[in-house]
Design a protein around this ligand. Structure first.
Ligand code: ASP
Ligand code: MG
Length: 413
């Protein structure tokens, strides 16, 4: 008998018909002899609807009350789901975060889970019930309701799976799994069967939106096998598991792109200690995140500094930097919003040279100029002009043969 935690997202429980379908499906798994813990999100659109209400009344809503409000969406779906299970002839119990209890810190609207009491869940499972738990919410030591931040139900599910030492955590969503790239821009995109936590973390942070990134970090830490799959088919989705359990490593597992960044260059910056801090401190003080940073070596005691920020922060960053440039005696500040960051990700890169140069050659063959490059152990990212995004993604997907399954890393190019 296995203990399985399953999470169904908003689109999967978006109507009473859909909730009934989820109940039937979960009952099927229970009848196969499994103990089932079901985490649900609010109906699709509901959390946005509640947020709009709040903003009609308070421009910046009080955070404690916001949690009180937003947590109601999940209360609705778990209650209806439990009814649907009962109606189908089995038994279920719905539990809110504080009934479990899922304890969090008191950072309202972005709380972090500190501990989970599994006693109530286990008692109900042992009584043969399906246990359904509200995603996205918890309770502070004082007894105040908290929420975990938008998309937080994935984290609830993984945290419960870790606490219960579940055999698997399955995230049901409206896509078939994790793809080698965005199927909307590359028809050859292939669903990945197995991927490591580290690769998933890179893919998630680079814009593959299937899984909330915090939940992947948690799954990695507690070695929870994660299965991302579709609510609307029976097909196997993508397993996110430990790297050494994956039989065949790919050289490159996926190609991603991010059009949400902008590039900023400060020209002729004095090349001396303390200057980088002078540039980046006011940026971070303004709450602006910086991603890639490049500084060249200089012969003339002057250098250029280039980096990227979120496009939504671009105007603010430019304003701050024009002042900074004046203060430190830099020549000028330039920026470009029409850029895209294209990345290839794969654990195979760890012990394989030449992946970056292959990427550069592929882009060169298409006549695409690279403006910036950065690498990590399992990733190479290039900034290019935004208009080349689709071309670059397709060319890289083709060249690394990502449409073929299980190309072992020994393959020659
Ligand atoms: N209902 C919450 C949201 O829309 C939590 C979730 O869906 O994971 O963000
Ligand atoms: Mg969601």
């Amino acid at each position: 008998m296995a203990l399985i935690v399953q999470k169904f997202g908003g689109t999967s429980v978006g109507s009473t018909e859909k909730i009934k379908a989820v109940a039937r499906r979960v009952l099927g798994y229970q009848q196969q002899g499994n103990q089932m813990v079901i985490v649900l999100s609010a109906m699709s659109g509901e959390t946005d609807r509640l947020t709009d209400f709040a903003q009609d009344i308070q421009k910046i809503p009080n955070r404690r009350e916001m949690d009180m409000l937003l947590s109601t969406g999940e209360q609705v779906t778990i209650a209806l789901f439990a009814m649907a299970v009962k109606e189908a002839g089995s038994d279920a119990v719905s539990l809110l975060g504080d009934q479990v209890a899922i304890r969090t810190d008191d950072m309202h609207t972005k709380a972090r889970i500190k501990s989970i009491d599994t006693a109530e869940i286990k008692k109900n499972l042992d009584a043969g019930k399906i246990v359904t738990i509200a995603g996205f919410q918890g309770v502070t030591e004082k007894g105040d309701i908290t929420t975990l931040g938008r998309g937080g139900s994935d984290t609830t599910a993984v945290a419960l799976a870790a606490a219960l030492k579940a055999d698997a955590c399955e995230i049901f969503t409206d896509v078939e799994g994790v793809y080698t790239t965005d199927p909307n821009i590359c028809v050859k995109a292939r669903k990945i069967d197995c991927i490591s936590y580290d690769e998933m973390l890179e893919l998630a942070s680079l814009g593959a939106k299937v899984l909330d990134i915090r939940s992947v970090g948690l799954a990695k830490r507690y070695r929870v096998p994660l299965h991302v799959r579709s609510t609307f088919t029976e097909n196997e989705g993508t397993w996110v598991i430990e790297e050494d359990k994956i039989m065949e490593s790919m050289l490159v597992s996926g190609v991603t792109y991010n059009k949400n960044e902008a590039r900023i260059t400060i020209k002729h910056v004095p090349d001396q200690p303390g200057i980088a801090a002078k540039i980046f401190l006011p940026i971070s003080d303004a709450g602006i995140l910086v991603d890639m940073i490049i500084q060249n070596t200089s012969d003339s005691h002057l250098t250029d500094m280039t980096f990227t920020v979120m496009r939504s922060d671009y105007a603010r960053a430019m304003e701050i930097l024009k002042n900074v440039a004046r203060e430190i005696g830099a020549k000028s500040v330039h920026g470009d919003q029409d850029i895209a960051k294209i990345s290839i990700v794969g654990v195979g890169m760890r012990n394989h040279s030449g992946i970056a140069s292959t990427m550069f050659q592929i882009l060169a063959n298409e006549g695409i100029n690279m403006e910036m490059v950065s690498t990590s152990e399992i990733k190479v990212s290039c900034v290019v002009a935004e208009k080349y995004t689709e071309l670059a993604v397709r060319a890289l997907h083709d060249a690394f043969v990502l449409d073929k399954e299980n190309m072992p890393i020994e393959e020659e190019f």
